[in-house]
Design a protein around this ligand. Structure first.
Ligand code: SF4
Length: 305
């Protein structure tokens, strides 16, 4: 099985098929916070989350959405001279505000030149009835997906990382979003302390049988300035090697249904803050090693679904 030159259904392939051209994501900061940081659910956030939240390359939150889009377009035009865009609200919890505020920001984000879609990263416990209704409306206006950070299906690990919600909350969220035809992308993290390969692959098997449209695999980052860093210094735990990670990702790809879109196979840590695993800084090597391993095994997405 091949999807273009890949042995898995990549987001790039899916978006090119849908829009007939390269589609580029613009990472935006909507100025939101997170209930897991502002005291509503917790004060310190998920154990791996830094002060700046979860966004990697978002623009300055001081700029308007329109200006962030313009600056991201300028920045990315060095790499992609043409294409269309998806506005991606990435940082913190992007449904955590009033419906009026969300409506204003999402509307601004989809009305800019060349923008053909909207992606919203959030928590499953931040999808009230009114927010779901708003998402349903935007789903009719544009190509929308909602990203949920599940990370693991295992309760003990979820407690350790201070995720702040139970698995049934994710299940309810995905059901409500599916009911409204809103596409969902689920995040999983590999390398969480005390999780075995079997635990991680059980999380993959679980999401393979939910109606998630897409998946993002991340490796656990230990970054300075996070509680995870302080924990790691006092209680060092096993960090996945590049070979272990690649083998795990390929095992996971084999377990996914063939129509599930693979949005990400490795993360982008902040170079200045990243303590472990340092090998992730060579993203191209990680991605090409995954392709190589798929080829060597003569395998592809869904072979063991
Ligand atoms: S839900 Fe996201 S933004 Fe909130 S604390 Fe966790 S990682 Fe950080």
């Amino acid at each position: 099985m091949m999807w273009g030159d890949k042995r898995y259904l990549s987001l790039n392939y899916e978006l090119r098929k849908t829009f007939g051209t390269k589609v580029i994501k613009l990472s935006l900061d909507g100025g939101f916070t997170c209930p897991n940081r502002d005291g509503t659910i917790g004060n310190r956030g998920c154990i791996f989350c830094g002060e700046e939240g979860s966004g990697e390359f978002t623009s300055s939150r001081k700029l308007s959405i329109k200006d962030q889009i313009e600056s991201q377009k300028r920045f990315l035009s060095k790499k992609w001279s043409e294409g269309k865009y998806i506005s991606f609200f990435q940082n913190f919890t992007n449904t955590y505000s009033t419906v009026k505020d969300l409506n204003k920001k999402y509307s601004e984000a989809i009305s800019q030149n060349g923008v053909v879609g909207l992606a919203i990263a959030t928590r499953p416990d931040c999808l009230s009835e009114e927010v779901l209704k708003l998402l349903e409306e935007f789903n009719k206006k544009t190509f929308l997906w909602v990203e949920l950070g599940l990370q693991t299906i295992h309760g003990e690990t979820a407690k350790f990382i201070r995720r702040g919600y139970e698995l049934d909350c994710y299940e309810k969220a995905i059901m409500e979003l599916n009911k409204r035809n809103v596409k969902v992308v689920t995040h999983l993290i590999f390398g969480l302390p005390n999780e075995t390969n079997k635990d991680m692959l059980d999380s993959v098997k679980y999401i393979s049988n939910t109606n998630t449209w897409g998946v993002k695999f991340h490796n656990l980052y230990i970054q300075e300035g996070t509680d995870l860093y302080n924990y790691y210094i006092k209680n060092p735990f096993h960090i996945l090697s590049i070979d272990e990670y690649i083998s795990l990702v390929v095992d996971s790809i084999e377990l996914l249904p063939q129509n599930m879109v693979v949005h990400r196979l490795t993360g982008d840590g902040k170079k200045e803050l990243l303590v472990e695993p340092r090998w992730t800084l060579n993203k191209l090597k990680v991605l090409s090693s995954i392709d190589k391993e798929l080829k060597q095994r003569n395998t592809y997405q869904g072979i063991y679904y």
